[in-house]
Design a protein around this ligand. Structure first.
Ligand code: ADP
Ligand code: MG
Ligand code: MG
Length: 200
């Protein structure tokens, strides 16, 4: 059983930054088809800043790691994804409170609260071809395991291909957004892949 303490959450953010680095070109390529070709660089810049921040001032609790990460994403990333991912992590962190360790169930509940805040901020819901299409199934499958969450979010990202974008820049394309995988759903799946990686 993995211990979900502050160190685990710092490792999660580092693993996320690593996967985002590795996949940055692909994220930007996806965003060039239905957006403005900056999702890879937005995520790279944001998560590099998150890693620097939590390394410079290591937070003492899981909640504090996520709040610091969320705040950093909001201030570093100009695009839609910065405030949205920032809100996800910040709200999740707040819901974890000041406990030195959390359970997987608490993490799942925290991320669910974060997703609710993302829905409120961005006005999107599942099926709108956004990050939510990977986040929601990923969080759902966290009930089973970290690996199941990684798989479910990846499947959620793949399932955005036939969808019509109803929010964000991709929605400006209308029907032409159909047939392309959503960049934000793809990066959300990376966050779950990173979580599964550090839990292993
Ligand atoms: P921008 O569109 O400002 O250039 P990014 O390219 O970094 O920002 O991020 C785009 C991604 O953000 C989309 O692929 C989508 O997943 C997500 N997104 C955009 N608008 C919304 C929204 N209203 N709700 C949820 N996710 C959104
Ligand atoms: Mg973009
Ligand atoms: Mg942009």
């Amino acid at each position: 059983e993995v211990i979900l303490d502050a160190g685990f959450f710092v490792r999660w953010m580092a693993a996320a930054a690593g996967l985002v680095d590795r996949e940055a070109e692909r994220l930007t390529e996806l965003d060039s088809a239905i957006g403005d070709a900056d999702h890879g660089s937005n995520m790279q810049r944001g998560f590099a800043a998150v890693v620097r921040t939590v390394a410079a001032q290591p937070p003492a609790t899981p909640g504090a790691v996520l709040v610091a990460a969320g705040r950093q994403l909001i201030s570093t990333v100009g695009g839609a994804s910065g405030p949205l991912y920032g809100t996800l992590l910040r709200r999740a962190g707040k819901s974890l409170g000041e406990a030195p360790q959390v359970t997987a169930a608490q993490l799942r509940a925290g991320l669910a609260a974060g997703v609710a805040a993302v829905e409120e901020l961005g006005g999107a819901t599942t099926g709108d071809k956004t990050m939510l299409d990977a986040l929601v199934p990923g969080i759902e499958a966290l009930e089973t395991s970290f690996d199941a969450a990684a798989t479910a979010s990846e499947e959620g990202a793949l399932a955005t291909v036939p969808l019509l974008a109803r929010k964000g820049r991709a929605s400006y394309l209308g029907e032409r957004s159909i047939g392309h995988q959503d960049p934000g759903a793809t990066s959300s799946a990376l966050l779950f892949a990173a979580l599964a990686e550090v839990a292993r």
